[in-house]
Design a protein around this ligand. Structure first.
Ligand code: DGY
Length: 327
């Protein structure tokens, strides 16, 4: 009997075609909005496997109700929407899609850095609002990035690509803070490992690229922002809850930091009247870091291959909890 896969959103065809070619029976949720958890549980009950993404809440409650699932394949590099401990306890392998979006996300990060340094989104809005006015020799001034210091919090795949862009374009010095030192990246980038307080104190641009975990949740809060330079830019393209949004708002208003570039917000979606959206030195995007044709196609292929390889060989090429398959 061919396995039934629940496909929780409209994913790019590249991966879907692979699953169809393999003969799986697919149920696609074709609405624009994600399923509610009740709908997700209801649907998943009659399927063997789930292809899901960060908008699906795969928590303990879901997993206990759907413990029959043979594999969960996540269309994302981050998987903080999934209770991995519960999936592992239930023996369900969880696949994910690392690296497929590293270039795309590094591009968005790099773009946000320049956009904040030059107040781009704000100035765009002044035109829309009929306030172009005159050329003002001392108005709307930003700053240059050449020879500045980039601090990376979480120097992994995406952080490295952001650092390479900053080094190549602006000869920026690279400092970083990780749970464990990344010696290979130090060699590649000439990057220097520093303690978190030094990262905060020395960075002209501080860019967040770590995973959301209990340790990193709201680590960028009032006390962290106060340790940064008043001229510094804070960028988060990883997960919104890594920064405390009200503290960030206060820090920009108080001049504790220069500004912020966000591709992720806390919470998501950001409400349209959020004060950050109206600040001169803040640029916000709606979680589109991986939003290129190339990245999304590759993510769908990796997510599909995790399912295909599991049913062919009991192997998941990109797996979060390999111990499930080892036992
Ligand atoms: C991810 O992959 O985790 C991104 O946030 C969405 O593509």
């Amino acid at each position: 009997m061919k396995k039934k896969i629940l496909v929780s959103r409209l994913y790019p065809n590249a991966g879907i075609r692979l699953l169809e070619k393999e003969g799986f029976r697919l149920t696609m949720w074709e609405k624009e909005n994600p399923m509610t958890q009740v709908e997700l549980i209801e649907q998943a009950k009659s399927h063997h496997a789930l292809l899901c993404t960060l908008t699906d809440r795969i928590d303990r409650h879901f997993l206990d109700d759907c413990s029959h699932l043979e594999i969960i394949s996540q269309f994302a590099v981050g998987y903080d929407n999934i209770d991995i401990a519960s999936a592992t306890r239930l023996g369900i392998p969880v696949g994910f899609t690392p690296d497929a979006m590293s270039e795309a996300t590094a591009d968005i990060t790099f773009g946000l850095m320049i956009a904040v340094a030059r107040k781009m989104f704000f100035l765009h809005k002044t035109i829309i609002n009929g306030r172009w006015g005159y050329f003002t020799p001392t108005g709307n001034l930003g700053f240059e990035l050449k020879n500045k210091t980039l601090g990376v919090f979480g120097l992994g795949r995406i952080g490295i690509k952001m650092a390479q862009r900053c080094k190549n374009a602006y000869n920026m010095d690279i400092i970083y803070h990780n749970r464990t030192r990344n010696k290979a990246a130090e060699k590649l980038l000439g990057a220097t490992y520093v303690e978190l307080d030094d990262l905060l104190a020395q960075s002209d641009v501080l860019s967040v690229h770590c995973a959301l975990t209990p340790e990193t949740k709201e680590i960028f809060n009032c006390s962290a922002f106060k340790k940064m330079k008043p001229s510094a830019i804070f960028i988060n393209t990883a997960r919104g809850p890594i920064h405390h949004e009200k503290d960030l708002t206060r820090a920009v208003l108080a001049g504790d930091i220069w500004g912020a570039g966000l591709d992720v917000t806390n919470p998501e979606p950001m409400q349209p009247d959020n004060p950050l959206l109206f600040m001169e030195n803040v640029c916000v995007l709606p979680h589109v870091g991986s939003g290129t044709i190339e990245a999304r196609n590759q993510m769908s292929v990796l997510a599909a291959m995790n399912i295909i390889e599991f049913y062919r060989n009991r192997q998941v090429p990109h797996i979060v909890n390999p111990e499930v398959l080892e036992s």
